[in-house]
Design a protein around this ligand. Structure first.
Ligand code: GLC
Length: 429
């Protein structure tokens, strides 16, 4: 069920932490796609130490980033659990020198800081012997040579009992995560695409999860049964319907890949964030810690930079709602919940004046948010007796700009009202 806290939160931090950080290769996909053998991939278990893992400092960084929730990979498609599970030996507790329940320590640390707890859980388990027992939709492919042995049977024979056992296994692990790890606010599923809703036993599966916590939020990677959409890597151009969250890497990798230096800049990350919240979405920004638990400095710097900007502009961000359409204002914007304050995001150094069209509500005051400096404005044109508003010009000079994105606070006399018409010929003056 969708909770208000989620739509108010705006920023979450995604963490892909796992044994894949040992060799610095792609999480799970590297063996699935044959870039490395399964055996070589699993050798990483021996190198996973989490020796510098400090849940408290992760939580502190998340708070500094201005994020209100975090989502950590409790188990990726490789099946390696970051928590102490009774139902499998494949966990960092039992199979790695780390011998730590990472999820327990992390969730405790989040709870202490009042950060909402999200748990990523891969529905897919490419290590579990019962997982490759059926085909998507139960349809046996014509060409069995193309079947990936980690996902499906290679001999064309399906085994429904095995599949049922696998579902029970997932249910068991999820019951552990939902009972032994504090109050989990959000479940972030991944990998639903390999089976149909019927095979995942939906909607019963969702009801089962809600029986642990009726307020839990579940992402939509659940064959149509989730609470919010999760576009990934490419920012939506059209606003997704309903609540949504854009997940993105800082460079090109979810996990720690040391040779991936294709980082987005801080400005670009702030810009992406603003684009999301202007369309009513959240951003889930990912970091990939090293095997010892250190978050690479470059990633930390981006998080801290983003947090500094958020703090300067707090009231335009947390708790706001999506702004006005870009045909009114050539940039992003948000609105206060009471719809009486409009926040305009100015991406570049302003020259002379900003142009806001179609605003019908009278303006009380306009200021630069991070300095509180009042700005002059003028309204030109308009045909009041036809209810066609004029254009608002807001005077601003380059010195008023924020180092990243400048927020202009427009306080209104009443709830915002925008004109959407095509104008008119003025037949009487
Ligand atoms: C993809 C990948 C996965 C990653 C996820 C994050 O679906 O399967 O590796 O964890 O995206 O959104």
């Amino acid at each position: 069920m969708m909770q208000n806290w989620f739509e108010d939160a705006k920023l979450g931090i995604f963490i892909h932490y796992g044994i894949y950080a040992v060799k610095g290769i792609a999480e799970s996909w590297s063996f699935f796609n044959g870039r490395i053998s399964y055996e070589e991939y699993m050798e990483q278990l021996e190198g996973f130490t989490a020796s510098k893992f400090d849940a408290g400092s992760w939580a502190e960084l998340i708070e500094k980033a201005g994020a209100k929730y975090a989502v950590l990979t409790s188990k990726h498609h490789d099946g390696v659990a970051l928590f102490d599970t009774k139902y499998s030996d494949l966990s960092v507790m039992k199979k790695t020198p780390a011998k730590k329940d990472i999820i327990k320590e992390f969730n405790n640390a989040l709870e202490k800081r009042g950060i909402h707890i999200g748990v990523y859980y891969s529905l897919i388990d490419w290590s579990h012997p019962d997982y490759p027992s059926v085909y998507a939709n139960g349809e046996i492919p014509e060409d069995l040579s193309k079947v990936n042995r980690f996902s499906n049977p290679t001999d064309g024979v399906q085994d429904e009992d095995k599949w049922k056992r696998f579902l029970e296994f997932n249910n068991h692990q999820l019951s552990e995560l939902l009972t032994n790890y504090g109050k989990v606010d959000l479940l972030w599923f991944d990998g639903d695409w390999e089976r149909s809703a019927k095979q995942w036993n939906l909607p019963s599966f969702k009801e089962y999860l809600q029986s642990f916590n009726k307020d839990i939020i579940i992402n939509s990677r659940l064959q149509g049964y989730g609470d919010y959409k999760t576009p990934e890597q490419g920012i939506p151009i059209t606003r997704p319907e309903g609540p949504w969250e854009f997940c993105t890497t800082i460079n090109d990798s979810w996990g720690y890949v040391p040779h991936d230096n294709h980082y987005k800049t801080l400005k670009q990350i702030i810009r992406m964030f603003v684009d999301c919240i202007s369309m009513g979405g959240n951003m889930l920004l990912d970091v990939g810690p090293m095997e010892d638990g250190t978050i690479p400095e470059q990633q930390q710097d981006i998080l801290i930079g983003l947090g500094n900007w958020i703090r300067q502009n707090e009231e335009a961000i947390h708790g706001t709602r999506e702004g006005i359409m870009q045909r009114y204002w050539a940039g992003g914007s948000t609105l206060s919940k009471d719809k009486k304050t409009l926040y305009l995001f100015v991406h570049d150094t302003p020259q002379e004046s900003l142009c806001l069209k179609g605003l019908s509500t009278p303006i009380k005051r306009i200021s630069v948010l991070h300095t509180s400096k009042e700005l002059k404005h003028e309204v030109h044109g308009g045909v009041p007796w036809f209810n066609i508003p004029g254009t608002t010009w807001i005077y601003i000079s380059p010195e008023d700009a924020n180092e990243h994105i400048t927020v202009i606070k427009v306080e209104l006399e009443d709830e915002i009202d925008m004109y959407g018409g095509a104008g008119a010929v003025v037949t009487h003056n």
